[in-house]
Design a protein around this ligand. Structure first.
Ligand code: HEM
Length: 399
């Protein structure tokens, strides 16, 4: 239990953290990786170089400081982060390391303004926050192990099939090397894949949504090729160019809190680009388990060449008793490209095709999600009925 004095100090210094948050977390990562380079086998280096991870951590630390005496308010955020931690095999013994370098970073950036009393209070508060994560992650490890017959960390998979889905997206079907069937997962969840790339000192981890409904004996991930200079593309492009049928790759058990909830409520699946991947799992699951559920599937692609899963999604929608599919191409190459919308998915269009009592799932590039979420909000959809997933560290959409 934190004393009132500690709570007061942490809350009153939280605004300083808001101002210097990204400086502190940037300093934190730099010094922590210098002292513990082994942690570079867990963290995504591209997120570091783009500053997204620093921002995500700074926002969370700031929020935790503000709500230090009512951390239950943050539970949904903590659970989302904990899912990612679990899929990356973050363990209790890592927390003191992060705590040590976070406090050193606060001191390093704030200098004399960070008195011993302030640092002491933050140290205590970190201990409480870390324990919340550790406890939740412990439950998640146990649950994952139970669902998958004891599989807690990474295990090896063989590429069974590699299928080109569009000019940019390729699917990989992964079968467990130990012959055990893949566990049941929630449609929309992701797996973390881990691999060692020649010339790279550390292991590389990336999350990919599972792109087919659960129930098959292999995982399917569908990966977008990125521009060569994009650091986020290092793993994806390696998979495209170098990972072939018969090769081995490591993966951890499915995770994530963006998933289709079963129910009577009409559902809208709205995706842009490679954001279609979790939607394919959701659509497949509706077709299999809830074919009477009213469903609208809206997908935006750059053009026909970049449009993945057109036939597969169409066949799944055909299985529904009340399903509709709409395709938007940002710019058609020529008139032979047939789609429902040319240009962006507009507010008016969403209003026309989505029933106002629907639950909407949104996934795609940040600009796409920002536009769609703002349209849905303006159309009166409540926060509870707009669910979205970021690829990469979660950021505030309003930012
Ligand atoms: C991701 C917060 C402890 C490793 C994240 C994210 C946040 C966060 C906000 C971004 C989540 C997202 O992707 O949306 C925290 C907080 C911690 C903590 C508040 C302490 C209380 C740790 C520890 C480790 C760790 C102890 C292990 C050394 C990671 C990794 C990611 C991550 C590897 C994935 C992001 C990437 O690789 O770029 N954490 N974390 N975290 N965290 Fe933590």
């Amino acid at each position: 239990m934190l004393s009132q004095k500690t709570i007061d100090i942490v809350k009153s210094t939280a605004p300083i953290l808001e101002t210097h948050g990204v400086d502190i977390t940037t300093y934190f990562y730099k010094t922590m990786f210098e002292a513990h380079p082994e942690l570079l086998n867990i963290f995504n280096h591209a997120n570091q170089s783009q500053g997204r991870q620093q921002t995500a951590l700074a926002n969370t630390v700031y929020a935790a400081a503000q709500y230090i005496d009512q951390l239950e308010v943050l539970l949904p955020t903590v659970k989302q982060i904990a899912q990612k931690h679990r899929s990356l095999t973050v363990k209790p013994e890592h927390y003191p390391i992060v705590g040590e370098y976070l406090l050193k970073a606060i001191k390093g950036v704030l200098g004399d303004a960070a008195t011993d009393e302030i640092i002491g209070a933050w140290g205590e508060a970190y201990g409480v926050i870390a324990q919340v994560f550790i406890d939740i992650e412990k439950e998640m490890y146990a649950e994952a192990a139970e669902k998958s017959g004891g599989w807690e960390d990474f295990k090896e998979f063989i590429v069974e099939k590699k299928v080109t889905e569009s000019s940019l997206i390729t699917s990989f079907y992964l079968k467990a090397k130990d012959g055990v069937s893949v566990p049941w997962y929630l449609p929309g969840q992701y797996i973390t894949v881990r691999l060692s790339i020649p010339g790279q000192k550390h292991l590389l981890n990336r999350q990919y949504s599972l792109s087919q409904a659960p129930g098959s004996d292999s995982f399917r991930i569908s990966v977008k090729r990125e521009a060569d200079h994009n650091p986020q593309g290092k793993v994806s492009n390696y998979l495209h160019d170098r990972l072939n049928v018969g090769d081995t790759i490591e993966a951890s058990a499915p995770a994530g809190d963006f998933y289709l909830e079963k129910g009577e409520q009409p559902v809208a699946l709205i995706s842009g680009g490679v954001g279609i991947t979790p939607m394919m799992a959701m659509l497949g699951s509706i077709a299999e388990n809830e074919p009477n559920r009213k469903t609208v599937f809206v997908h935006a692609a750059r053009n026909k060449d970049a449009h993945a899963f057109g036939e597969e999604a169409g066949a799944l929608v055909e299985k529904l008793n009340d399903g509709k599919m709409y395709i938007a191409y940002e710019a058609k190459k020529d008139e032979s490209e047939v789609c429902d919308i040319t240009g962006y998915v507009s507010r008016d269009f969403l209003q026309q095709v989505i029933e106002s009592n629907s639950v909407c799932y949104v996934c795609g590039p940040i600009s796409f999600m920002r536009a769609v979420v703002s349209h849905l909000t303006a159309l009166g959809f409540s926060k509870n009925n707009i669910k979205y997933e970021f690829f990469g560290p979660a950021l505030a959409l309003e930012a």
